[in-house]
Design a binder for this molecule. Structure first.
Ligand code: BTN
Length: 357
């Protein structure tokens, strides 16, 4: 009920009477008042005025930090805050929020094995055993970043599951862009104008998101399947939001959103914003069966588009210019001889000639 109240107050942007809330939610005035008090305790600034009702006040100025410099108020990170910002098209049926967990991917997989229906979103403030690609660790401290996993049971063949990572990469970019352009959030009265500027998130094929050439987000997709049938797919996303000190081995190539954009990003808004973009993409993918429909928007955001890349193919390295993706999500690389090679992410990695991107 609290998520619904937040959603209603936010949508109206003005006072909503207690009676109106009672009618919509079909509960008593006392129940509404208790839920409002509980939200206020969680840190929401909700004004209650006799004869007018309730007003949700969300201004960026009310951000504050704890003694470690971690932004606390206004970055309310909770199940209710995320749920209240999810659209019905997000494809999320249930949200679980943890203060701590081993890995959101592992938790999703456990619940999937136990029979949970698809559409499950697991979010955690920190992870004790966060996992990255190729067996690496994803360091996941609390209070500053985003770690979430989405479990679905798509009606696709197993060879198509890796394509979901590309869709999620696109959704992450689109969700971030909405925050950046102020369509969803205004930054202290100033709307960030950054469409297609250096501040824009870009995709380093297949599944890293970079800003200014540095990684701000990674994805880990895992699947359980039989030869011709997908039981479930888990797509895990880790985003550096206000990571202040990176480990030495990644410090040169990592960046956080707050640093990149010089603004304070609300983590709940980010998680919900990404899922609101992902849901419709997944639906269209299931209907159409390939990635043709995202080739143009993906190319628009491809960090290496038109750039010289080095393909680290175990059968022999080569270089060429990145030209976008095909309908299977393979990177198209135009080699010197004018041929276009299709690079499959499972077999090779791609590096920029002059650095990470
Ligand atoms: C990578 O770039 O190596 C992928 C990193 C993926 C990290 C995310 S954080 C949420 C989810 N849970 C995990 O254990 N890993 C993914």
């Amino acid at each position: 009920m609290k998520a619904k109240i937040l959603e209603l107050l936010r949508r109206k942007g003005d006072y909503v009477s207690g009676q109106e809330l009672c009618t919509i939610l079909q509960v008593s005035r006392t129940a509404i008042w208790k839920a409002i008090q509980s939200l206020q305790k969680e840190g929401y600034h909700i004004e209650a005025v006799r004869n007018r009702g309730y007003l949700l006040i969300e201004d960026e100025e009310s951000y504050s930090s704890d003694k470690n410099g971690v932004v606390t108020s206004c970055d309310i990170y909770s199940k209710n805050e995320i749920s209240s910002r999810l659209n019905p098209e997000s494809g999320v049926n249930e949200v679980f929020f943890f203060d701590t967990i081993d890995s959101t991917n592992s938790e999703c997989a456990r619940r999937a094995e136990a029979g949970a229906p698809g559409g499950l979103l697991i979010v955690s403030d920190d992870q004790s055993l966060g996992r990255g690609r190729r067996g690496r660790t994803w360091i996941s401290p609390s209070g500053c970043n985003v770690y979430f996993s989405y479990m679905c049971r798509p009606d696709i063949s197993p060879d198509k599951a890796p394509m979901l990572t590309l869709l999620m990469a696109l959704a992450v970019c689109m969700g971030m862009e909405k925050i950046l352009t102020g369509k969803v959030i205004k930054t202290g009265g100033r709307t960030a104008k950054a469409v297609r500027s250096a501040e824009c998130p870009m995709i380093k094929w297949p599944n890293d998101i970079v800003i200014k050439g540095k990684k701000c987000c990674g994805m880990l997709t895992e699947m359980s399947c039989e030869a011709d049938y997908v039981r479930h797919v888990v797509i895990g996303v880790g985003i550096n939001v206000r990571h202040r000190e990176f480990d030495p081995e990644i410090a040169a190539t990592a960046i956080s959103l707050d640093d990149a954009w010089n603004m304070k990003v609300k983590r709940s808004l980010l998680v919900a914003g990404v899922m609101n973009e992902f849901g419709p993409l997944l639906k269209q993918f299931e209907e159409e069966g390939d990635l043709s429909f995202v080739r143009v928007p993906y190319l628009d955001r491809l960090a290496n588009a038109g750039k010289q890349v080095r393909v680290l193919d175990p059968k022999g390295e080569y270089s060429g210019k990145a030209r976008g993706i095909n309908e299977r999500g393979e990177l198209l690389v135009e080699t010197g001889d004018g041929k276009v090679r299709e690079v499959n992410s499972g077999e090779v990695s791609v590096r920029g000639i002059y650095g990470y991107v």
